[in-house]
Design a protein around this ligand. Structure first.
Ligand SMILES: [Zn+2]
Length: 468
């Protein structure tokens, strides 16, 4: 078997169309573009809102098997199947898992200027639900599998492809929870790569690539206040509403302690070193204990996401109380959305919250968690280095940062099982990410972001899995 391309050769193929030389074959990216676009659009055109994921599985199965890649499907709910395909390596290293979810969030058709499942091409964008979340990753993973097979790339490790259902709302446990619980050997790997990172375009080029290495843990609580029920005409000191309101104000204004993790320290240090002068000053101030408080206040006002990266955050989101305007209720409750740092001691944190509320009439009741606590993935691994290298090749002007998502994803289940898992995503401008976001009223991806993203995925996979 011929030895196949080093990742840098894949890049070389961009400029030199016939980069093939005896013993080495590279991907001809220009020739591959129409196929990348077609497969990506095919996937966007399949309406895979919750309960329809098997439609995507049927498509993927046909494409993969027609090229000689066997697949297996695993379905707790036949309409919400998961698909696994594996290209075998020589076993000298443990597998690499590339995964993407097939499901998309729902649409309100009247908000769309085009058919949300038409994959319409307009103004340089491909429009459609799932065009950002998560069909680019799904398409890039699919193309990578097809090219590994077509080029017969010898592998040091198995490359496992997983298309999973129900990432957006796995209330019945049919997606990643089912795969991890019932079929873990099918997807067990040293490394995984999936949504959860991204890249930013400024002034026409990609200036920043975020590699997702960690995420916060949703650890919600209910505050339940109890008192004596009574007539609204007779004030009571133990009115549950009054006690609840005071508690909600305390937790809502609580400045939980700032704590940097390996990921967030590296993230802010890089910004302090390489950001614009104004950014650099701000992040340097944040990293200096003497000036951190002021810098945090700035982020609290202007960058809530980064403020949240610094701490376990506490956000009141729901209130429930009262049965009538003239009735003092015996119970009132609030839901508090707590997002814990990956290394937080949750029980201790809740105990502190109880102490801070300091009111025996108000109980802190943890809500059962859907996702497990997940340790951050390391940044000293072969995989992380390969991702940095691939980012530098595909996006030469970009700074590469490890990042912690303040949201939650299916990487939690993988990290909890010991897999080092990393997040990726195609590039967008800040304004496109704001105006046409994942889960937004209208979603779209720049066509020009699609091709480099596929190359990025290919470069990482070949760097980590192809025989050295
Ligand atoms: Zn997603």
């Amino acid at each position: 078997m011929k030895r196949v391309l080093a990742p840098t050769l894949a890049i070389a193929a961009l400029v030199s169309l016939n980069a093939q030389s005896p013993g080495e074959r590279a991907v001809d990216w220009n020739r591959l573009r129409p196929e990348i676009l077609e497969r990506y659009r095919d996937l966007v055109k399949i309406d895979t809102t919750a309960g329809r994921e098997t439609l995507a599985v049927d498509y993927l199965k046909k494409v993969l098997e027609s090229e000689g890649i066997p697949t297996s499907t695993f379905a707790l709910d036949p309409k919400r199947a998961n698909l696994v395909a594996r290209l075998k390596g020589n076993g000298s290293k443990r597998p690499l898992l590339i995964l993407a979810h097939t499901d998309v969030v729902g649409v309100q058709r009247e908000k769309w200027p085009v058919d949300p499942f038409g994959a319409v091409m307009k103004d340089g964008f491909i429009w459609g639900r799932g065009s950002k979340d998560d069909k680019p990753v799904l398409a890039a993973n699919l193309i990578t599998m097809l090219m590994l097979k077509r080029l017969n790339v010898p592998l040091d490790r198995d490359v496992i492809f997983l298309a999973e259902s129900a990432e957006e709302a796995d209330t019945t446990g049919v997606g990643i929870n089912f795969m991890v619980r019932e079929h873990f050997p099918e997807i067990d790997a040293e490394f995984a790569m999936t949504e959860g990172g991204g890249a930013t375009i400024e002034g026409g080029s990609v200036t920043r690539v975020n590699v997702g290495t960690a995420e916060k843990l949703p650890a919600r609580v209910r505050l339940v206040a109890t008192g004596t029920a009574g007539h609204g005409s007779a004030p009571r000191l133990d009115n549950a509403l009054i006690h609840l309101a005071a508690a909600v104000e305390k937790v809502g204004r609580w400045e939980t302690p700032m704590r940097l993790t390996e990921t967030t320290r590296a993230y802010f240090e890089k910004l302090a070193a390489a950001g614009s002068p104004e950014q650099a000053a701000r992040y340097k101030a944040l990293l200096n204990p003497a000036t951190a408080a002021g810098a945090q206040q700035y982020l609290r006002q202007h960058s809530p996401g980064e403020y949240s990266m610094l701490r376990t955050s506490v956000v009141p989101t729901m209130l429930k109380a009262g049965v009538g305007p003239n009735v003092i209720p015996s119970e009132a409750e609030a839901t508090i959305d707590v997002r814990a740092l990956p290394d937080e001691d949750i029980d201790r944190f809740f105990a502190e919250m109880t102490k801070m509320i300091a009111d025996p009439a108000v109980k802190v009741v943890p809500v059962p968690r859907i996702r497990p606590p997940s340790p951050a993935s390391r940044i000293d691994t072969e995989m992380y280095r390969a991702m940095e290298q691939a980012a530098r090749s595909v996006y030469p002007r970009a700074m590469v940062l490890p990042s912690m998502s303040t949201g939650a994803s299916d990487q939690a289940q993988l990290r909890a099982k010991g897999i080092q898992s990393y997040g990726i995503g195609p590039a967008s401008t800040e304004s496109d990410a704001t105006d046409y976001p994942a889960h937004g009223d209208v979603e779209r991806l720049a066509e020009s972001s699609l091709y480099p993203f596929v190359q990025y995925v290919w470069n990482v996979v070949t760097a980590v899995a192809a025989r050295k």
